[in-house]
Design a protein around this ligand. Sequence first.
Ligand SMILES: [Fe+2]
Length: 310
Amino acid sequence: MNNSIISDWKPQHAEIYGKQNLLLHHRLADSGLFTKSALAELIDKCPSSNYTLNTMGYDPENPEWRQGVVRDVCGEEVIASIETGRMWLNLRAVEEFDTRYQKLLDQMFSEFQENMPGSHTFKRKMGILISSPLVQVLYHCDIPGQSLWQLEGEKRVFVYPTGKPYMDQRSFETIILKETDEEIPYNHEMDEGASVYILKPGETINWPLNSPHRVENLDCLNISVTTEHYTNDIRKNYAVNYANGILRRSFGMQNLSQSIHGPMVYPKAALAFVWRELGFHKSKQVKHTVDFALDPKSDDGMIDIPAYEL
Ligand SMILES: [Fe+2]
C-alpha cells in the first residue's frame, strides 16, 4: 500500500468514514496534475460549462456572492490574477474533459472501495478549486458525499453538526430543490459548535453527509480538490428530501420523515423522479447572473461587466 493515495488509512477508519469528521493525509501531489503549470494548461482547455468563477463579500452572516466569467485570458494569467485578487475558480467535473483526472479519480475511489469492502459509489466527480488569499466560502452544505483535499496554501475549515440549529429540514429542502445556492441561515454564534481545522497541503478532510461547513483561506493562494460521490443511501437521502420539499410546497404536508428506510422511501423516490423529469420545479429554481470578468490588468483582477443571466 506504499503508493496508495491516502497514506495513513487504518482499518478503524472504515467505521467512521462519512459518519464523523476524518482528517487524513494524501499523496495527490505526486501525480503532478495540480502544479500551477498543469492547472494553467487545464484552464486553457476547460469548457465554459465546466467552471464557475465567483467573488464574495467579507461578512459570512450577509452572503454577497457574485459570479464572473473568464474571457480571452490564458490559464497562467488566470492563476496570477487569482493570486492577487479576491476570487474563487471552481473547475468542475474535470474528469469530463481530461482523462488523466478521470484515471486519478477512479484510482482514488477504487482505493476507498478496497479500504471499505462493500461500499459502492457512483456519480463520482472531481473539482479543482483555485482561490485567492483570504477569500471565503460562505456557510453551506452539499448534497453528495464530499471530501476536500488540500494541495497548496492553507485554509481554515469550519465543520458544523447536522440538524437544528445548524441546518433545519426546510432549509435543506430549498438546497435540494435548487431554490438557493447551497446557502443556509448562519450566524457567528454557531461557530461555538463547529470543529475547526487548518487544512495544509497533503491533508484531506471528510465529514458526515450534508454537514454544513464554511471555509476561510489564510493569506496565500490555495489549490484544493473536491471529490464527490453518491451511494445508494445518499441517493435515497436526496430523493426523500426532494420529495418532502414537493409534498410541503405543493401539497401542504408537514411533519415529513427524513428516514431513508421504511415503506415511504420508494413512493417518495418515484415522486422525486417524476417531478424532476417533468421539470415541474424549474421555474422556482435560482437563476445565476454573471456581472464581472476576470481582468489581469486591473488591480484586483476583475472588472464589472453588464449583467447577464445564465
Ligand atoms: Fe462545500
